[in-house]
Ligand binder design. Structure first.
Ligand code: C2E
Ligand code: MG
Ligand code: MG
Ligand code: MG
Length: 288
């Protein structure tokens, strides 16, 4: 163990590295247990179309730890990716979302669920076969899941990405490019990859009204998306000013705290009912 003095020639780890190692050791035992002991849950955040319809929600992972309370994905997904635990974790997310979408359909709700996939999961060929099996088990006839991919995956191995996207399309899922604009994919790459939609990263959305550069970028991205027949979702919409400017620019749907935070399934149902009551005709997805 390295000495605290920092002078020791035998000091292998810096204090920050020691902290990271300790954290990873904690995660290693506790995340496995969390999966077995049902401490994971999915929260759902609505995507609101320009006409007010909510036809889709994004599934976002939360971990209810008895020791630490709610743990956010940024505090355990990177570890899950490095350790390989992302495979069973990702499968749990798809299984749970498939069951939830089927339950909602039985309640008469017309709601799709978008699931986030990490690059590591996409390299895994069993993703598609596992999903088909889960759909059959749950009795889901028409695919109600869509998938959000990150740019890093497209850049890493474009051919594998295109293969995977084609397979997901065959099942009836849409494929969306998440956090667009932050990574390394180019506009020309967008033209080669058979995506359905892009999600504008929050960094372009926050304060867009006061930032002429973000505004110009978003207008250009939306114009390119139109040409390529991709729909555009803006994420991280927090103010009415942002929402109306994004409407004017022509994004197809918006997501953000202005409309709703991510919430457990029962709260989302309640939110949809309230919404249908307060703005009749704007939502056709509330449970019967
Ligand atoms: P993401 O897919 O880009 O999700 C959007 C994030 O922005 C979510 O954070 C959401 O809670 C947050 N958000 C939504 N609206 C607003 C807003 O108006 N303002 C602000 N400031 N934030 C907003 P969250 O839930 O902490 O998730 C973070 C990231 O973790 C996600 O980014 C996604 O990359 C990853 N993630 C979450 N769930 C999963 C999962 O099941 N599998 C995988 N592989 N990754 C996941
Ligand atoms: Mg996402
Ligand atoms: Mg996103
Ligand atoms: Mg994001």
């Amino acid at each position: 163990v390295a000495k605290e003095t920092g002078k020791s020639a035998h000091c292998v780890f810096s204090p920050e590295m020691n902290k990271k190692v300790a954290e990873y050791m904690w995660l290693d035992t506790h995340l496995r247990k969390a999966m077995e002991e049902h401490q994971l849950m999915l929260y759902y955040q609505p995507k609101v179309a320009t006409n007010g319809d909510v036809l889709s929600v994004e599934a976002l992972l939360r971990w209810r730890s008895p020791e630490r309370g709610i743990i956010q994905p940024k505090d355990f997904i990177p570890y899950a990716e490095e350790s390989g635990l992302i495979a069973p974790l990702g499968k749990w997310v798809i299984d749970t979302a498939t069951q939830q979408a089927t339950d909602w359909q039985r309640k008469g709700m017309n709601l799709r669920i978008a699931v986030n996939l990490s690059a590591r999961q996409l390299g895994n060929i069993s993703l598609v076969t596992d999903f088909i099996e889960t759909m059959q088990k749950c009795g889901m006839k028409n695919c109600l899941l869509d998938f959000e991919l990150t740019e890093s995956y497209l850049v890493e191995d474009e051919k594998a990405a295109v293969d995977m996207i084609n397979q997901l399309h065959k099942l009836g899922a849409e494929v969306h490019l998440d956090d667009f604009g932050t990574g390394y994919s180019s506009l020309s790459q967008l033209a080669r990859i058979p995506l359905d939609s892009i999600k504008l990263d929050q960094s372009f959305v926050h304060g867009i009204n006061h930032n002429t550069i973000s505004q110009a970028l978003v207008r250009a991205i939306v114009a390119v998306a139109r040409t390529l027949q991709l729909t555009v979702t803006a994420e991280g919409v927090e103010t009415l000013e942002e929402a109306s400017l994004l409407d004017e620019i022509g994004v197809d749907s918006k997501q953000g705290f202005l409309f709703a935070k991510p919430m457990p399934a029962d709260e989302l149902e309640h939110w949809l009912v309230q919404r249908a009551l307060t703005s009749p005709g704007s939502s056709n997805t509330a449970p019967r």
